[in-house]
Structure formats: structure tokens, C-alpha cells
Design a protein around this ligand. Sequence first.
Ligand code: DQA
Length: 140
Amino acid sequence: MKIAIVNGPNMNLLGRRQPEIYGCRTLHDIELSLREEFPGVDFLFFQSNSEGAIVGELQRLGYDEAGVDGIVLNAAAYTHTSLAIADAISAIPQPVVEVHLSNVYAREEIRRRSLIAPVCAGSISGFGAAVYSLAVRALM
Ligand code: DQA
């Protein structure tokens, strides 16, 4: 199985950024844990602070990278604003699972709206770094 893990803006600061909300683990820690937990999965990891780069990567994973079975996406703040990312998810054949480390429904009003949820296979929010592992299981 080949699964891509795509992370959006400010996720490169994980571990240092508001640890009371997002925890102490870095994106690299999460990558290592996933590789250890799922040795049979071929993982691709991508992070960008740019909306266009995330759209480009989703297109690439959908059409140019061979054999991608599913995508785990933490679009971070773009979750709440990006019609372009929602359209990119709709445009590709693979299932996309939306994840958030924090429980976005327990936070500010703006974070309770996801433009990508309606076009994703499902959403997992609020279980810290475990959301990535749960999303991989959902795709298996
Ligand atoms: C987040 C939640 C978003 O609202 C926020 O903008 C993020 C991270 C999460 O993983 O909890 O950057 O996606």
C-alpha cells in the first residue's frame, strides 16, 4: 500500500508551536512513528505553507505519482478557507481522510467550518498525533 501524508501551513513548527494545543511531537516524530507502526506501507510525506503547493501536490499524487492508494490530509488553516484545496480533492481519484490534531469543533467558530470535509472520505479530529495513525487504518 502507498499512502501520502500531506500537511499544510505551520505544521512544520509542530513540537514548538502552541504545544498545549498541538502537543510536543514534531512532524518528523510522527513520520517515524507511522513508518514503525506500519512497516508494510510505503509512505510519502509532504508539507507546505503554501496553498498552491498543496493543490499541486494533490494533483501530482492523484495523476502523476504511480500507485497512491489514499491520502491523509491535515490542511491546517486552509481547511477553513480553501475552495481550491476542496476542488483538488474532488478532482483526484483517491480517498482523502481529513485530520486535525486538535478538536476543531471545541475551538473558535471559524475552525468548526471545514470546506474540505464534504469532499473527504471522512474526518478525524482531536486525538493528537494518533489522528494520523487512525487515518492510515481507515484507508487500509
Ligand atoms: C489544525 C487545526 C486548524 O484549525 C489549525 O489552523 C491548524 C492545525 C489541527 O491539526 O488541529 O493549523 O489543523
